[in-house]
Design a protein around this ligand. Structure first.
Ligand code: GAP
Length: 518
């Protein structure tokens, strides 16, 4: 645990020091849960967007893009259910004045119970060695069986309480479990209250003439309200999808963990419109998108063991099935992406609230219906954190020296090529500039002459640059340069005329996209 805490601190510090992520308005001591992306961060974010957008829109004839406004007519949020149901149950500690999500306090309590189970399993594994049968152990060892049953009971009670909005019983549960303020141990709690997560604002110049608006808490509603505009103008037939990348805003109360939970963040969402009742089952669209999205993640090569599905027992107000793709962040497995089967909830409600038909005439079946929707929704910032934290590694090299290297998947690295001249003289800088000029139309390429060559390599390692192309004195006569690969640190002498092809095979998005089609 301590090791992971240290890693997480290192992630935050590295992101700032190397120009990936800064706290927002830092000169005024920052703004909680809001961050700015620096030179390398903004480039890497764009690369993640490109990977997602191309895999969705460019690779699918039946998925088209949209860029809807952040502000929407306020009735949108009534129809979507966000005004009434987009709440977190909050509780305050009267002594510390700290505010917590009541459900998270209970979930953390249950997670600690599960930690105990895991410790028992590890102990038993050690004791019994190869003969250990984990399945048998967890279904027969009395401690474990009782503990797991109790966990189940607690979560079931809380889920039921939240479903029927029995907040008093959530408070009773917190009291019964003797859950205390995680920072101080105080158990002096207020009642549990619902708190809406949408940010409100006003549009208009005079007090009487203003309209209350919300900053959108998800990008999806911009897609739903434009469903027919897009379907007709892009001449799409069901099944088809609409993809969008854009900002979303939530007044998160428990806003911790850096860019994992932010108040202003970006989502990459795709709504896939399908015939009713074709969503569930092995062959259903929900399962297809579940598998396709996992493949998109695995394709980055960050290890299958770092992903898992978490199917929801407690469904959001709009879903008949939902799963999270969880990633192994430095603070454990947490939601990275959500895949939701949203039925026709949103389109039907927009039809009801707007009085406008949201139906589709299916020329193949000769019927009109309100399409069902399977949604894939991933937080861009959360994806950034997954990639960045996984990639940051401290290594001891064979000669005993240390290096910090950001082993970003090559397609996502902000700078693809650095061109350091070995020395800052003898015509080497001029030759290096020529190489930058040769490569910069295809790859994000930088010229780097500051400090000794070893330090320059370390700096490029720290920002994750996959390839360095070093110009030395021989280059001037033989037209060759040395390519250094970030991960292996292997060096290879190649002709300048071959550079473009060699680098392209390593870093081009094209190859990552091709693998998705296999
Ligand atoms: N349209 C469905 C929707 O918004 P969600 O599960 O609330 O579903 C989808 O959010 C994804 O958006 C999450 O899996 C997460 O990656 C990201 N996300 C949600 N809230 C976030 C926050 N406060 N900060 C950063 N990312 C967030």
């Amino acid at each position: 645990m301590a090791k992971n805490d240290d890693l997480f601190k290192k992630v935050v510090a590295h992101a700032k020091e190397y120009g990936f992520i800064f706290p927002s308005s830092e000169i005024y001591d920052g703004l909680s849960a809001v961050y700015d992306y620096g030179p390398y961060g903004s480039m890497m974010k764009n690369n993640i967007k490109e990977y997602w957008w191309k895999s969705m829109v460019q690779m699918h004839e039946n998925i088209v893009g949209l860029d809807a406004a952040i502000f929407m007519h306020p009735t949108t949020w009534k129809a979507s259910g966000h005004v009434d149901a987009f709440n977190d149950p909050l509780i305050d500690n009267k002594d510390t004045k700290r505010r917590y999500r009541a459900d998270v306090l209970v979930e953390d309590y249950v997670a600690k119970m599960e930690d105990k189970v895991q410790k028992e399993i590890t102990k038993a594994k050690k004791r019994f060695g190869d003969a250990f049968d984990e399945e048998k152990f967890v279904t027969t060892a009395p401690h474990v069986v009782e503990n797991r049953a109790r966990q189940h009971e607690i979560i079931k009670r809380m889920s039921h309480d939240l479903d029927i909005n029995d907040l008093a019983d959530v408070k009773n549960l917190i009291d019964e479990l003797e859950i205390s303020d995680p920072d101080t141990g105080s158990r002096n709690w207020t009642e549990v209250r619902q708190f809406n997560l949408m940010f409100g604002t006003k549009v208009g110049s005079v007090a009487e003439g203003t309209t209350d608006l919300y900053l959108r808490p998800e990008t999806a509603q911009g897609i739903f309200v434009n469903f027919l505009n897009v379907q007709k103008s892009a001449r799409q037939k069901i099944p088809f999808g609409i993809a969008q990348i854009g900002k979303a805003f939530r007044n998160e109360i428990v806003a911790r963990q850096f860019i994992f939970r932010m108040r202003e963040f970006e989502q990459m969402e795709m709504q896939f419109f399908i015939r009713p009742n074709t969503e569930l089952g092995e062959e259903g669209w929900f399962n297809k998108w579940r598998q396709k999205r996992l493949k998109w993640h695995l394709n980055l090569g960050m290890g299958a063991e770092n992903y898992r599905f978490h199917d929801h027992d407690k469904l959001a107000h709009y879903a008949n099935a939902a799963t999270d793709i969880e990633f192994n962040f430095p603070f454990g497995f947490k939601e990275l992406e959500g895949i939701h089967s949203r039925t026709n909830f949103d389109l039907s409600n927009h039809e009801k609230f707007s009085g406008k038909k949201m139906q589709y005439f299916d020329p193949e079946t000769n019927e009109s219906y309100t399409p069902f929707v399977v949604e894939t929704s991933i937080g861009l910032d959360r994806m950034f954190l997954a990639v960045f934290s996984h990639s940051l590694v401290d290594e001891t090299l064979p000669d005993g020296s240390e290096r910090t290297v950001l082993r970003l998947p090559y397609v996502l690295a902000p700078v693809k090529v650095a061109v350091p001249p070995l020395l800052k003289k003898d015509g080497l800088p001029e030759e290096a500039h020529k190489i930058v000029k040769l490569l910069k139309y295809d790859f994000n390429t930088v010229y780097d002459e500051k400090d000794a060559i070893g330090r320059r390599y370390r700096r490029q390692d720290a920002i994750g640059t996959p390839i360095c192309v070093t110009v030395d004195h021989d280059t001037l006569t033989d037209g060759k340069v040395t390519i250094r690969h970030r991960d292996t640190m292997e060096q290879q002498r190649v002709d300048i005329s071959d550079l473009r092809d060699i680098i392209s095979k390593e870093v081009d998005m094209r190859y990552a996209l091709e693998r998705l089609e296999e």
